[in-house]
Design a protein around this ligand. Structure first.
Ligand code: THU
Length: 303
């Protein structure tokens, strides 16, 4: 999904303290866990108690600061959430962003810091939690009845778990193939492809459980284009990740089997990697790299 970040200017140093890449992954994980059927966009304002109190008073008549506020744009049919509300979501399609705008989230920095101390977890986890909470509100969840609250909490936990933002810092399970394909689809929506209009997204799973997303990045000097798969691989290598298990790749209308160059780059680090592709209405195919690049030349061939 696409996030437009904004921060109150009265919060100097905030951009250094917040891990926006992690927050972006959390947002994608929320969309994947909800199986949101369209590309979505959201506006997130990181603010302070005084501003969030003003907004809470002006919009909801509650004269008090709070941790997170969300203002959904989508009018979900009674009892439904984003996964089953394609038509309602499509009404919010913003042609400039090529995404459905699901609403605004405000997070109070002061509340996030205080609550992290209160719950005994990191400020990082608290921001991730508040973002996930705000997003599920924008996807149509609420916590008025205990049943609704339980359902919303389950979704939040699932998304945070997928992003690896657990209470103790350890994820208990690797993402499923379906989740990896979902994360590749979310990355596809950030593709920079004004020349080919062929959007590709990738998600690389490493054995330590980390995932690296990538999209194709084109250039007016065409030859400089970088494919989605290589974006993901280069991100992983430059962050010290090794042991690549699965490469999931998503495109819109055609099966995005990796190009020759990407097969060669994958072969450098993971000749046995599984390659999954998805396109159109969730069509999926799989092949091992050894089949996509038989008799490949790689590190093993050099003394
Ligand atoms: N592309 C990829 O990102 N991955 C592939 O495996 C095949 C092609 C991109 C590159 C370019 O931006 C566009 O798709 C059309 O070739």
């Amino acid at each position: 999904m696409r996030i437009e970040w904004e921060q109150e200017v009265s919060l100097p140093g905030m951009s250094l303290a917040l891990d926006f890449s992690l927050l972006a992954l959390v947002a994608d994980c929320c969309a994947v866990c909800e199986k949101v059927p369209v590309q979505t966009a959201v506006h997130v304002l990181i603010t302070d108690d005084s501003h969030i109190r003003d907004v809470n008073r002006a919009q909801r008549g509650i004269d008090r600061a709070t941790d997170v506020l969300s203002f959904p744009t989508v009018n979900y049919p009674q009892g439904k959430t984003a996964r089953t509300s394609l038509r309602a979501l499509r009404r919010e399609l913003d042609p400039d962003m090529n995404a459905c705008f699901v609403g605004d989230i405000l997070i109070s920095r002061e509340h996030a810091i205080a609550q992290a101390a209160e719950y005994g977890h990191s400020i990082r986890r608290e921001f991730c939690y508040l973002l996930a909470h705000g997003l599920f509100h924008l996807f149509g969840y609420d916590h008025i009845s205990p049943d609704e609250q339980k359902e919303m909490r389950t979704m939040e936990e699932k998304a945070l778990q997928l992003a690896g933002v657990t209470r103790d810092g350890f994820a208990t399970a690797l993402p499923t193939d379906e989740q990896l394909l979902g994360l590749a689809r979310e990355a596809m929506h950030r593709s920079y492809s004004p020349y080919s209009h062929f959007k590709v997204g990738a998600c690389l799973l490493c054995e330590d459980g980390r995932v690296f997303q990538g999209c194709n990045v084109e250039n007016a000097s065409f030859g400089l284009t970088n494919c989605a798969e290589r974006t993901a691989v280069f991100k992983a290598i430059s962050e010290g990740a090794t042991g690549f298990l699965t490469m999931a790749i998503a495109a819109e209308n055609a099966a995005p089997w990796p190009c020759g160059a990407c097969r060669q780059v994958l072969n450098e680090f993971a000749p046995a990697i599984r390659v999954l592709v998805t396109w159109k209405d969730n069509q999926v195919a799989e092949a091992p790299l050894s089949q996509l690049l038989p008799h490949g030349f790689g590190p093993k061939d050099l003394p």
